[in-house]
Design a protein around this ligand. Structure first.
Ligand code: S3P
Length: 425
């Protein structure tokens, strides 16, 4: 049980390790490419370590060198048959993205994960990969472990996605890098676009549909990557600064990719004083500096269309909602039920501990009464984002809070406490 006391204010400046989503992709693309790539400011979280571990098993050589990670990739179809089951740990991104690659190899393989990952649905990748010709078996046809048999018949396909998921989209893109011919992926909701940007894939928009085309010609080459700071990690510090008194924070070199900054727009709409100081661009990925100041917040209602762009920040937005005026409502968020834990129920159970009036719905929740208690005991359910959101909540409570299973924060940000200590007074 970790104990956190109320803070007085937030002051200072922070710079975060690389964005988790971009880091996974940099590791994957440099593993697929032939020759040496170099990655600066890679995420140090356990999830990205899981991706590195899987590609090590597939013959890729990673070396920590001064200033970053050097990667000796295997080139087109150069991955090696693994000697053991590939362990994706807690990482849905690792499991789903690597599936798009393992489905196309001329060797058999198997992926597994921890208890939480083993409960998460995989049908969403199994169906489209089978449609492209993959031969794969999964527990109950939906869960890890997944076994990939050798398929000599991977075909370019035209696929319309049924779930708004960047993980599924990315798996399909990786599969599309292998066969002769052009694969087309049609996406209706906006999801994070790092894979398309990093592979420089042409995308056109037809009405609400985004159409992505991919072929062997797009196969990655060795590159130098700089990963901007993690914008999802930043969300916890941003909400803390907005809600604490007399507070001011600068965040340097954080990802400002527009498919990820939905929560900044929502917090600004709620009255949050958040300014972008400088915006830069490297290989299509926007990043820059943010300036955040204490604000008094009023609530908003968030509907289905925005959910994929703020999916990871909903736990901390709910904390903001629990201190703000008016009604905070999330609808159309059924994906929250199949994250590292059922985040709808985790948010509701934790906020109820501090007297928040919150009603759970099938696809979201509605907060209609603010925090009334002076302290609380919270449960992370082994979910890093629930652990960090309830930490921020604890730091704002008159008599602080206690968190069970706090150590899950290491999944995305092992430096969370160090960073809090640096800026909290
Ligand atoms: C991610 C996509 C999102 C997100 C996850 C990371 C990615 O999942 O929740 O933390 O890096 O592609 P979905 O694509 O399943 O929504």
């Amino acid at each position: 049980m970790n104990v956190f006391n109320k803070i007085k204010s937030v002051k200072g400046r922070l710079e975060f390790e690389g964005d988790k989503s971009i880091s996974h992709r940099a590791v994957i693309l440099s593993s697929l490419a032939g020759g040496k790539s170099f990655i600066r400011n890679l995420s140090i979280g356990e999830d990205v370590k899981s991706t590195i571990g899987c590609f090590e098993e597939l013959g890729v050589i990673f070396k920590k060198v001064s200033g970053g990670l050097s990667v000796e990739g295997r080139g087109f179809k150069g991955l090696r048959k693994p000697e053991r089951t590939l362990n994706c740990g807690n990482s849905g991104t690792t499991a789903r993205l690597i599936s798009g690659i393992l489905a196309c190899q001329s060797f058999e393989s198997e992926i597994s994960g921890d208890d939480s990952l083993s409960r998460r649905p995989m049908k969403r990748i199994i169906d489209p990969l089978r449609y492209a010709g993959a031969l794969m078996d999964a527990r109950e046809d939906n869960f890890l472990p997944i076994r990939f048999r050798i398929s000599r018949n991977i075909m370019p396909r035209d696929y319309t996605m049924s779930v708004a998921s960047a993980q599924v989209k990315s798996a399909l893109i990786f599969t599309g890098l292998h066969p002769e011919g052009v694969s087309t992926i049609r996406e209706s909701g906006i999801t994070r676009n790092h894979t398309e940007l990093m592979l420089r894939l042409p995308a056109v928009h037809e009405g609400d549909l985004k159409i992505i085309k991919v072929s062997k010609d797009c196969y990655p080459l060795a590159e130098d990557y700089f990963i901007p700071g993690d914008i999802s990690t930043a969300s916890f510090f941003i909400v803390l600064t907005l809600l604490a008194r007399d507070s001011e924070l600068i965040i340097k070199n954080v990802s400002l990719n527009s498919t990820r900054t939905g929560y900044l727009s929502i917090l600004k709409e709620m009255g949050g004083d958040i300014r972008i100081l400088e915006i830069k661009n490297l290989s299509g990925e926007a990043f820059g500096d943010l300036h955040i100041r204490s604000s008094s917040l009023h609530n908003v209602k968030i509907g289905k269309d925005l959910i994929p762009q703020i999916i990871d920040e909903i736990p901390i937005l709910a904390v903001a909602g629990a201190f703000a005026e008016g009604e905070f409502r999330i609808d159309g968020g059924k994906e929250l039920r199949v994250k590292e834990t059922d985040r709808i129920s985790a948010i509701c159970n934790n906020l109820k501990q501090v007297g928040v009036r919150i009603d759970e719905t099938e696809e979201g929740f509605c907060i209609s009464g603010r925090v009334t208690k002076k302290s609380g005991i919270f449960e992370s359910y082994g979910d890093h984002r629930i652990a960090m959101a309830t930490t921020i909540l604890s730091l704002l409570l008159e008599n602080g809070g206690k968190i069970n299973n706090f150590e899950s924060i290491k999944i995305s940000n092992p430096n969370f406490i160090k960073q809090l200590t640096k800026v909290c007074r």
